[in-house]
Design a protein around this ligand. Sequence first.
Ligand code: KG4
Ligand code: ZN
Length: 336
Amino acid sequence: MTRLLLAIETSCDETAAAVLDDSLAVRSSVVASQVDLHAAFGGVVPELASRAHVETITPVVAGALAEAGVSGRDLDAVAVTRGPGLVGALLVGMATAKALALAWGVPLVGVNHLEGHLASVYLADDDVPFPHVALLVSGGHCMLTRATAPGRYALLGETVDDSIGEAYDKVARFLGLGYPGGPVLDRMAGSGEDVLGFPRPMLADGYVFSFSGLKTAVVNQVRADPGSSQADVAASFVASCMDVLCAKLRRALEEFGDPAVAIVGGVAASPVLRARARALADEYGARLLIPPPALATDNAAMIGVAGWHALAAEGPSPPGFGPEPDLRLRFAEDAP
Ligand code: KG4
Ligand code: ZN
């Protein structure tokens, strides 16, 4: 008989709930964004985020159940993000998930948000080949991993300073383009030219990334020449980011010759990155695993996929487990 799982995600500024069956089909996915709430401050204000999650979580869960056409009695498990993220925001999702699991008498499993993003490849494609190279590019992270088997990851490299989404958001804020910066910068880049010669940081350094110096280069350029076209600044910044990401992906495709390459996390919603990744995958004859934009940015469907995997691999989480704001991804010891 088909089993159903409710997944909840509240690690940052999206309140999300989804229902998935045990074949990983998404029966519903509801995301309530707090972007408008935080936009005036140019970034996420943790206390406001927690309060907004408290107000929104009940209607969001009810919406996910209604959209799936199920009620609490039909659910067989609950999954919830336990970290990394804002502690107050995580607490709201976890308290809700614990209460529902207890009331329904079903198992509860805590999920690492990063494993959720990596598991979103199953929402991109029915056929996920292993091993595959997986680039995780979000507001909080920029890391290149290699998935050797379901749920088993080796770290190839990560950023030594800012994540790429953070760099997008900081540059956009500096240019007065609002929050979040990714979508706006991406759009603006389309009408400019890569003429400002920004650096391609750490291009030759294996799989390590750095975006803090690039952000400073943008600031210095705009201060030195306040009249420079914003579209050209955006195009030059985006081109530099894309060149770096694609150079690392190319290196991994060359080194490992894997049959697939995955791009996950909020920045994977970028049409520019999607197009560049598609061209690269085609060049190497690799399958491109990239979730649709709505499942690349934070959502609960990806937490549901990782939740099913975690339940199968390890069973329910121990009672009394709490939020882990600094939770890291667990890597397999047999790193290449
Ligand atoms: O995965 P995500 O929703 O949240 C985290 O786990 O951090 O990623 C959010 C990040 C933000 O920095 C946002 O600017 C970026 O993803 N982003 C984009 C686009 N949409 C969202 N970056 C570039 N192009 C986009 N279209
Ligand atoms: Zn995320």
